[in-house]
Unconditional design. Structure first.
Length: 122
């Protein structure tokens, strides 16, 4: 009887060992993928910050160019500067609205409510 138990345990032990090795490799793969993802995310964030600086500089230089052209066209310097400040404030307002809309779309409480309602329905 003990021979039949030991012969049954050998395939189970081998199966458990193979699954254990497979699970360890899967966890290692997941850890490696998360490290790659984290590194790529940090690099992407740095590139986006650089791009933001370039776009901001381009926007301000464009406004400066328009201001110089308006001033050379004969508009008073104070009026040109006031117009440029108004354009900057309007662009800041536009960016603020986009940020606010994005934050409203990312409402976590709404997601939690949807998940809780879905679980109650089941």
């Amino acid at each position: 009887m003990s021979e039949s138990i030991s012969t049954q345990e050998q395939p189970l032990t081998a199966l458990w060992a193979s699954h254990k090795g497979w699970l360890a490799k899967l966890l290692q793969l997941g850890a490696l993928e998360s490290k790659i993802w984290l590194t790529s995310s940090a690099q992407l964030l740095a590139l986006m910050c650089g791009m933001l600086m370039l776009l901001t500089s381009a926007w301000l230089l464009t406004l400066a160019m328009v201001a110089v052209l308006l001033w050379q066209a004969g508009l008073p310097l104070v009026a040109v500067m006031a117009l440029m400040v108004l354009l900057l404030l309007l662009s800041a307002l536009l960016v603020y609205r986009v940020i606010r809309l994005t934050l409203q779309r990312m409402d976590i409480s709404r997601t939690i409510e949807l998940l809780l309602n879905h679980q109650e329905d089941e």
